[in-house]
Design a protein around this ligand. Structure first.
Ligand code: PTJ
Length: 228
């Protein structure tokens, strides 16, 4: 936050996430793993997959995001709620320093818009989220997930809160901490790359996000019962 990557509000977002992480024992539960495989299937069969990054995601898992983007051959796009040109450039430079080849969405390159969003997050890069069919959004609030879905894009969310609007609106919600979820998604993608395309498409289409979210909540309840 002091270097300007994360905004002060991001610390509150982080705390919200940590509270939920305690409710699942700070580990990856089976529902999150099932969602991770479905997410890998969506990303590997996408025509234009994109990884969207905000300040929190960059600070928590910048290196892991760069690795994932290279394994799934998807560009990274900076998309900020608190959009300030200097901050966009700072995050892009930070990610490039971690090995990202190109980072989209910076400055004037974010010239297309997502309908139905009031915040600056509506601005997207036509080479990235603008033309994407699958968008990975680690850690953010709900309006954009809903708008992207309305635009016909498949949204993969990573959100520790299974009740959030983002989790509810996404096609695949990984209820886990980004610091565990992104390396797990990278591993799954690396292994699943070898699978035939039709079997990946089947895995993607058979995934039922609402049912898997219910399973994540049940897993939290089971974990808490162990304490009660
Ligand atoms: O960098 P900017 O300008 O785009 O600002 C982004 C923030 C994070 C400030 C903004 O998107 C925000 O306020 O988000 P919310 O509404 O707090 O939503 C964040 C969601 O991420 C919540 O549902 C949290 O439970 C969840 N979350 C927080 N930390 C983690 C997390 N999910 C996964 N892993 C985490 N480490």
């Amino acid at each position: 936050m002091r270097s300007g990557i994360v905004v002060p509000q991001g610390l509150i977002a982080h705390g919200r996430g940590e509270a939920f992480d305690y409710l699942l024992g700070e580990e990856t539960l089976p529902a999150a793993l099932a969602a991770t495989y479905a997410a890998a299937a969506f990303l590997l069969t996408a025509k234009h997959p994109v990884v969207s990054v905000n300040g929190n995601a960059a600070a928590l898992a910048g290196r892991e995001i760069v690795n994932l983007s290279s394994v799934i051959s998807a560009p990274i796009e900076v998309n900020l709620f608190h959009r300030i040109p200097k901050r966009e450039r700072l995050i892009a430079t930070y990610l490039k320093g971690l090995g990202a080849e190109d980072v989209l969405g910076v400055g004037r390159s974010a010239s297309s818009t997502i309908r139905g969003i009031a915040s600056s997050r509506r601005r997207t890069d036509p080479r990235g989220i603008g033309k994407a069919d699958v968008v990975l959004i680690p850690l953010e609030d709900g309006d954009r997930a809903e708008a992207l879905s309305r635009d016909g894009k498949k949204v993969i969310a990573i959100d520790l809160n299974p009740l959030s609007r983002t989790s509810r609106a996404a096609s695949v919600s990984i209820v886990d901490n980004v610091i565990r979820a992104i390396p797990a998604l990278t591993d799954a993608s690396r292994r699943m790359k070898k699978m035939p395309r039709d079997s990946l498409q089947r895995s993607a289409s058979e995934f039922d996000n609402q049912r898997n979210l219910a399973r994540a909540i049940q897993e939290m309840i089971r974990y808490l019962r162990g304490w009660a």
